[in-house]
Ligand binder design. Structure first.
Ligand code: BGC
Length: 257
């Protein structure tokens, strides 16, 4: 099924199983979609190698089976997801391109699965329950991890698949310059890496003039070490749901589509 177009509070069901598919781990939990709280402990299974559609679908099945969950399921995926179909594969196995991820997971699990882009999911959760709660205007969430993900919201409404991590920056794909993985690979300090982030976020700011930036991904737990170094006109808040944003946003997408 397609991702939701509304982030309004018209939840049809009060719980769904949320799954966050990442490059190293696949995590899932039952989510109370009215409060954004996890109703069960998060279970993490390492991402299979190679991370092909069949292998990942097996892990998705294992997570819902372990939780004895028969209801709606939402899953994030780190690529463009258009009407349930993956349209890119920047950091995942190329065999995903053209795969109907919704249909594949629905078939593998026998449950109704809704798939959406990982940063869009994190943004849905932050807009409803976290750092962008009740914020009007244009909110841009950027996740810094293996790549750079983005979620754009206007008055709480998602504009899906924005892919701002692939803006061109100084002749490079922006995520190749400013993702958190680049900091790790090049053994940069937060101070050094913050310069890259500054250059990138100034560019995004000039293009969109947002009212608020939310910065997420694993590095948001160390936000105090790099966010204060950024000089932008737009207010910046670290993501609040940290590790759970993807799971919560995925469950919301399933509950509200
Ligand atoms: C992908 C996006 C994804 C982001 C974060 C990028 O390389 O193109 O779809 O949201 O990484 O995982």
């Amino acid at each position: 099924m397609t991702a939701p177009v509304s982030t309004g509070p018209n939840t049809n069901v009060d719980a769904a199983f949320g799954i966050d598919i990442g490059g190293s781990g696949i995590k899932g939990a039952i989510v109370d979609t009215r409060t954004g709280e996890l109703k069960t402990q998060r279970v993490r299974i390492p991402t299979p190698v190679p991370s092909t559609p069949d292998n990942v679908a097996e892990v998705v099945l294992e997570l819902v089976t372990r939780a004895k969950w028969d209801g709606l399921v939402g899953a994030t995926f780190p690529a463009i997801i258009k009407n349930g179909v993956a349209r890119s594969a920047a950091n995942v196995d190329p065999s995903w391109i053209g795969t109907d991820v919704d249909a594949a997971f629905t078939k593998a699990t026998g449950r109704d699965v809704t798939v959406l882009n990982d940063a869009d999911a994190a943004g849905l959760a932050e807009v409803r329950f976290g750092a962008a709660r009740d914020v009007a205007g244009v909110v841009i969430l950027l996740t810094f991890g293996t790549g750079i993900g983005s979620g754009i919201f206007l008055n709480g409404q998602l504009v899906p698949n924005s892919e701002l991590g692939h803006l061109e920056l100084d002749g490079h794909d922006a995520e190749d310059r400013a993702a958190a993985s680049v900091k790790d690979k090049q053994k940069m300090s937060y101070k050094q890496w913050a310069k890259r982030v500054q250059r990138y976020m100034s560019h995004v700011e000039a293009l969109f003039s947002p009212d608020l930036f939310i910065v997420g991904g694993g590095v948001s737990k160390d936000a105090d070490r790099w966010v204060p170094l950024l000089e932008l006109q737009t207010p910046i808040r670290p993501a609040q749901l940290l590790n759970n944003a993807g799971i919560v946003g995925a469950a919301m997408a399933a509950a509200e589509r």
